[in-house]
Design a protein around this ligand. Structure first.
Ligand SMILES: Nc1ncnc2c1ncn2[C@@H]1O[C@H](COP(=O)(O)OP(=O)(O)OP(=O)(O)O)[C@@H](O)[C@H]1O
Ligand SMILES: [Mg+2]
Length: 511
């Protein structure tokens, strides 16, 4: 009987790969670990996982090991192109014994030139249930043995495991999206109360803002809202929609930054069943859902360049087609876009198309940060105090000193931060809010301004404040599972400042 000469490593690596896949819930990390295992167990110095992109009809390297970043980005293959493209097309594994000489091996990434030993390339198809998903490619040092039969078997087995994980992941992502979509449509139907009165402020800037809003509500021109995070862009977008003659129709928001690049196009324009793997049924895009209403393109500055052209043509023509379909759909939508980046700067850097910028920038509305309109702070505080007192059935007031500190603070998170702090203060307190109830990072500036403290005539205050600071730091550490960098961010401190205080107050770091 022929003895089977299979390296013991082979069993171990399959075992390790399956362990990685069952443990990791982030597919990218899992793929990275698998490629690392190939290195540790099989001495494979470079490898990659290329996945099929059905929209472009290409294979793209998604994870790699031993490849430089720039090499990885060059890894895009048409179906049938080169060895990788052929392995995918023909669904047959390939061994290239002399990739440097072999013309069918394209060496697109240019990796070969870096090895100072001879290599073979092995590619196996990643496939599950009759569906091809991609290719696993490895570079291995050439050995004397001429048959790579065992390696191919092993890599094919690993490819199946990879395919399985990828498929599960796609399904999960899809379900998550569908669920979020349904939730959003439901929320849209519940009429939200929004009127111009809900934009609080007495500053000149806010008055101008309100005047502009009233002027633009009933023209259909595109509005571009620019302002730091938390300044009220989403609020203004909803108010414009609500006051316009589209107010009874849908208001559909999409955050262009939070959706993975390859899904954004499908989200915006919808797709037909089978347009790509994972498209298990037909789905309407945001533009279609927003028909007759308003579409709110949030964080427009983060739209990938590859999609900006299509967006431009939709804005111009109000026409598009779903992915995987040739049929043109026309919609009647008003577009409101928002960005917390300076969009024109992105144009200058070549990250945003100039023509699209001008299309969007028909009516620019800039919302200034809260530090530039401090006169709005007291009235906003008043508004949120009332709101949260009502919500939590309390009657909390704010001392004058505390108010001064809140006005002096620079509010990097703008109105959202103010709203959150007030909610916390109302929830956490039962009486008047004094300076010592304020979060540590606001009050840190207080200790620098001794003269203001002295005016308060409270001899014990500094030690009281230190106690509070210590408590705040302990709370922040607890809240962040004792991850110092996170706690520092929460407290608006640098890591060094936090370390210094941990030391000073002798705070115990537990796990
Ligand atoms: N002038 C204002 N009057 C009352 N509430 C406001 C005002 N500005 C902002 N808010 C409230 O502050 C919070 C943050 O505002 P919003 O979500 O509109 O900010 P944003 O600019 O869209 O932020 P991001 O860039 O992070 O999306 C919301 O709860 C909003 O209702
Ligand atoms: Mg917003």
């Amino acid at each position: 009987m022929r003895s089977i000469n299979i390296n013991e490593n082979y069993f171990s690596i399959v075992h390790e790969v399956s362990k990685v896949l069952s443990r990791q819930n982030n597919i990218k990390d899992a793929f990275k670990s698998i490629l690392k295992l190939l290195y540790s167990y099989l001495d494979i110095p470079a490898s990659f996982i290329a996945l099929y992109n059905p929209i472009e009809n290409t294979l793209e390297i998604k994870e790699s090991f031993g490849l430089l970043k720039k090499e990885k980005y060059k890894g895009v293959f048409k179906v049938g192109e080169g060895t990788v493209g052929s392995v995918f097309k023909n669904e047959i594994p390939a061994v290239i014994y002399d990739p440097k000489e072999n013309k069918s091996f394209l060496n697109k990434m240019g990796v070969l030139n870096r090895f100072d030993f001879e290599v073979v390339f092995i590619g196996t198809v990643i496939k599950i249930g009759g569906e091809r998903l991609g290719v696993l490619g490895v570079y291995k040092e050439k050995t004397r043995n001429l048959s790579y039969e065992n390696e191919i078997k092993l890599l094919s087995m690993i490819s199946i495991l990879i395919g399985f994980a990828q498929k599960m992941n796609e399904k999960l992502e899809f379900q998550k999206r569908t669920f979020e979509e349904e939730k959003e449509i439901l929320l849209n139907k519940i009429e939200f109360k929004t009127s111009i009165k809900e934009i609080i402020g007495v500053s000149k800037q806010i008055n101008n803002l309100k005047n502009t809003i009233l002027k633009v509500v009933n023209v259909d021109s595109t509005v571009l809202l620019e302002g730091e995070s938390g300044t009220g862009k989403s609020l203004v977008a909803k108010v414009i929609h609500k006051l316009s003659n589209r107010g009874k129709e849908a208001f559909v928001g999409i955050n262009c930054a939070s959706i993975p690049e390859n899904l954004l196009e499908a989200e915006l324009f919808g797709y037909e069943k089978g347009a790509f793997s994972g498209a298990i049924s037909q789905k309407k895009g945001k533009f279609e859902i927003a028909d007759k209403g308003t579409i709110f393109l949030d964080e427009i500055g983060d739209t990938p360049l590859s999609l900006q052209g299509k967006l431009l043509s939709v804005i111009q023509e109000k026409e598009f087609s779903r992915l995987g379909s040739l049929e043109t759909i026309s919609v009647d939508v008003r577009i409101i876009a928002a960005t917390n980046k300076k969009l024109f700067e992105l144009v200058k850097e070549g990250r945003f198309r100039e023509d699209l910028y001008y299309r969007l920038n028909v009516i620019p509305i800039k919302i200034p940060p809260l530090v530039e309109r401090k006169e709005d702070i007291p009235i906003l505080i008043d508004y949120f105090l009332k709101l949260f007192n009502e919500k939590y059935n309390k009657n909390i007031q704010l001392s004058k000193e505390a108010l001064i500190e809140l006005i002096n603070y620079n509010w990097p998170g703008n109105v959202r931060e103010l709203e959150n702090i007030l909610e916390r203060l109302v929830v956490m307190n039962d009486q008047m809010i004094h300076i010592n109830h304020l979060p540590a990072y606001i009050f840190q500036k207080v200790s620098l301004r001794r003269y203001e403290l002295d005016n308060l005539n409270d001899k014990n205050l500094p030690s009281q404040i230190q106690n509070i600071e210590k408590k705040h730091i302990e709370m922040a550490l607890k809240e962040t599972g004792f991850v110092k960098s996170k706690a520092a961010r929460l407290l608006n401190l640098t890591l060094r400042q936090l370390d210094y205080r941990i030391h000073k107050y002798n705070i115990r770091l537990q796990k």
